[in-house]
Design a protein around this ligand. Structure first.
Ligand code: FES
Length: 83
């Protein structure tokens, strides 16, 4: 039975799941910080709540986690405290 505890789930590429693969074949790194955006190695496609998809070919993208960005889902630094 697929995904049973005795049988490791497989990535569509056939590799064991647990770490999604980047195009390079290495695990894609996501950096999470308590305050600030989530940094994701690109290129990425992001599916939004309405089903639309936005993409970026940058080597790393900053995804807004505070919801204050005017360019959501991309971080525009609006999360920073203003003096
Ligand atoms: S995390 Fe930077 S604007 Fe939201």
């Amino acid at each position: 039975m697929p995904n049973s505890p005795s049988e490791p789930a497989r990535h569509p590429s056939g590799a064991p799941s647990g770490a999604p693969e980047a195009a390079s074949g290495e695990a894609r790194r996501v950096v999470v910080r308590r305050k600030g955006p989530m940094l994701v190695e690109g290129p990425v496609e992001v599916e939004l709540e309405d089903g639309s998809v936005v993409s970026s070919d940058r080597f790393q993208v900053a995804l807004c986690t505070c919801r204050r960005s005017r360019r959501y889902p991309w971080c525009d630094t609006s999360h920073r405290d203003r003096a």
